[in-house]
Design a binder for this molecule. Structure first.
Ligand code: MG
Length: 471
């Protein structure tokens, strides 16, 4: 991967298309072109047609995009591919990904395509494919789809059986309505919260400012236009929220929130202007939900053990899953979870849908503030606190098996989970080691009471990885 500076912004020049079961991702103009997009859209249209004989028996497929400037071009390419494979296309235009997922149910659609590279830099874009149940393609469905794409035998319509296209301009409204029936709107309005919102000029601009207004908040909106020109790195992690923190301090707001460009994630800034880290979005949501209703909790293996502490505190079951939105969603549905999500700021509220929903989380956290009568920093202080350290280590992909053997032989833990990489767990600390699916790197995440201890866990793993790489 090479980088160059353009107008002060670092631009990636990677020319390989990243393909996974959930979709494709690439740098626009290098790996991701209208031709590539067309091919995958035709493949997906054919995939959604499964079992339909007549070209006039059209599967219903929804399409939405975030605000990235390349979205317009890719959007047209996706439409062409779906129309050519005799689909009934319903076009949401610019919309949050959770809005699209919710619309799948409204339309009883056979599938949906989101054109968004989520938190990746601006030069990236991606196609993400969904199932009729609103979730991303899982391992099984994703493999079927990729096999079909590889085979290249796609449906082709004649001029008189082409697909159809209509717009859905009400999807955002329906999403807001759904959220507003589930939170205590009266309580939130009564508290008259002053809220700073940073949408990073992403798709959140079409929905979250409206939600704040309807919940009676005094709004300070930054980066909420729809230009798709990201004013800062779009991942809603601490180091990218300086502007938001400053705006909270200067405006004397009660709280600040940031979304990523496809709005499935949210990050919180306290009234003191402190970014608390993306882990806290799920932790705060869980603390609040479990205080009202008790039931199973689901999160992925790389998420903070505070989740387990909260589950224990409320006498609830805790379930850990491999990384990936669909793994968490499927487990939540299976066990009837009351809340779940991921430590990256993705909160899943099953009353809305089994999908990470940054807008739903925004409303829930406002309700927590309003009904508790406390400040955001006071709510955070009530939570168990650990230090989490995340590292990326260069490691050759063909040596992963040796690395796993070495780690299992030399690290002794109370519990070892090998469902997604290797996770070593002790009573109050853990370290999770997992290879990237697309790059020659290994991610090492550790959590302990103190940062030094978490760093020691990462050091121990890194040292063993180095030994294996050098052997
Ligand atoms: Mg996202």
């Amino acid at each position: 991967m090479a980088s160059k500076m353009s107008g002060g912004v670092s631009v990636t020049e990677i020319d390989e298309l990243m393909i996974s079961v959930a979709g494709i991702r690439g740098v626009v103009g290098l790996a991701l072109t209208p031709e590539t997009t067309l091919r995958f859209a035709r493949a997906y249209g054919t995939f959604c047609r499964k079992g339909r004989e007549s070209p006039r028996d059209r599967p219903k497929v929804l399409v939405a995009r975030d605000t990235r400037p390349s979205g317009e071009m890719l959007h047209h390419s996706v439409l062409a591919g779906l129309l050519d494979t005799c689909c009934e296309v319903i076009d949401l235009g610019i919309a949050a990904t959770p809005t699209l997922q919710l619309a799948i149910f409204h339309h009883e659609a056979d599938g949906a395509v989101a054109i968004t590279a989520s938190h990746n830099p601006q030069e990236w874009n991606a196609l993400k494919f969904f199932q009729p149940n609103g979730m991303y393609l899982n391992k099984v469905k994703g493999k079927q789809f990729l096999d079909l794409t590889e085979a290249g035998e796609f449906t082709r319509c004649r001029w008189d059986t082409l697909g159809t296209w209509t717009e859905d301009t009400e999807a955002t409204r329906r999403h807001l309505d759904r959220i507003e029936t589930l939170v205590d709107v009266t309580a939130i309005r009564r508290r008259k919260l002053k809220v700073v919102l940073d949408c990073c000029n992403g798709a959140a601009g079409v929905i979250s400012p409206l939600l704040l207004r309807e919940l009676g908040c005094e709004r300070v909106l930054i980066n909420c236009d729809l230009t798709g020109h990201f004013p800062h790195s779009p991942e809603p992690v601490k180091e990218n929220l300086a502007q938001l923190c400053q705006a909270v301090r200067e405006s004397g707001a009660d709280v600040g929130f940031a979304h990523d460009p496809d709005v499935d994630r949210i990050a919180v800034v306290t009234e003191k202007g402190e970014a608390v880290g993306e882990e806290y979005s799920l932790v705060l949501s869980t603390a609040y939900v479990l205080s009202k209703v008790q039931g199973p909790v689901v999160t992925n293996l790389s998420t903070t053990q505070t989740m387990r502490d909260l589950a224990v505190q409320h006498g609830c079951e805790m379930h850990w899953t491999p990384i990936g939105d669909v793994n968490v969603s499927e487990k939540m549905k299976e066990v009837g979870a009351v809340i779940g999500g991921e430590g990256n700021g993705g909160v899943i509220l099953p009353e809305i849908q089994y999908a990470r929903d940054g807008v739903g989380a925004l409303a829930l956290l406002l309700e927590y503030l309003a009904t508790s009568g406390k400040s955001m920093s006071a709510l955070i202080d009530e939570l168990p606190r650990y230090a989490i350290v995340k590292r990326t280590v260069q490691f050759p992909r063909d040596r992963i098996h040796q690395a796993w053997d070495e780690l299992q032989q030399t690290i002794s833990a109370d519990e070892v989970d090998d469902r997604d990489g290797l996770k070593f767990v002790w009573e109050t600390r853990w370290v999770h080691v997992r290879p990237s699916g697309t790059e020659p790197i290994v991610r090492v995440i550790a959590e302990a009471a103190k940062e030094a201890e978490a760093n020691r866990l990462c050091d121990a793993v890194e040292e063993r990885l180095r030994l294996v790489a050098a052997a």
